[in-house]
Design a binder for this molecule. Structure first.
Ligand SMILES: [Zn+2]
Length: 207
């Protein structure tokens, strides 16, 4: 992937995700793997108004190649996901209400979803009867420690589509830009459905 193409796609993603209300108050960050490493949004910019000056280009080890802004601490998690997950070529991290609240309501370390047709919006899921499992990690301001937890988890349960950070948001991966957007939209729909279901049926049905 050319850096310019990757940045253009992420600028478009920012407009769309911002309109959805999933990245309030400059929250979240987006990245894309490139031939030389990856490009990532710099910290502190409204994701609905990204431009070429709001991106940093990093090499495969996370060293800055180009770009003047500050990388957010969470850039280390993007780097970690590119190292861990070969099929992750785009990573979108958002702070939606549904992801934030659902990851607090579910007390266990995994969100299990089943019975939803929209599970099929995630690559490899072919039936509503499948159980879609999304790991939930405790939020931590120490991103290196969080990254190690993610890495340990991936060794025994490979991360396929996404991870939730409790009370914080979701990291979604995709093989390409379109898949990452579809995974994000599909998961946000499912998170909202699950929250509504819990309000009506109670939490017990999920545990
Ligand atoms: Zn975040």
């Amino acid at each position: 992937m050319q850096n310019n193409t990757a940045i253009s796609q992420l600028i478009e993603a920012g407009k769309w995700v911002s309109q959805k209300g999933w990245v309030p108050a400059t929250g979240g960050n987006f990245s894309s793997r490139t031939a030389s490493g990856f490009v990532v949004t710099a910290s502190g910019f409204d994701k609905g108004q990204l431009g070429t000056h709001t991106f940093i280009e990093l090499d495969h080890e996370g060293n800055r190649i180009k770009g003047a802004g500050n990388p957010s601490a969470e850039t280390q998690l993007h780097l970690g996901m590119y190292k861990l997950i070969p099929h992750a070529n785009v990573v979108l991290h958002t702070h939606s209400v549904a992801a934030t609240v659902l990851s607090r309501v579910i007390k266990s370390h995994t969100l299990n979803l089943s019975g939803y047709e929209m599970q099929k919006s995630l690559s490899g899921v072919t039936s509503h009867l499948d159980t879609l499992s999304i790991p939930i990690f405790e939020n931590d301001q120490d991103i290196e420690r969080l990254g190690l937890l993610l890495s340990d988890h991936h060794l025994h349960t490979p991360i396929e589509h996404a991870v939730l950070i409790r009370g914080h948001g979701v990291y979604v991966v995709g093989r390409n830009y379109k898949e990452a957007l579809r995974h994000l939209e599909g998961l946000e729909f499912l998170f909202s459905c699950e929250l509504e279901r819990i309000k009506i049926e109670g939490i017990e049905a999920n545990l």
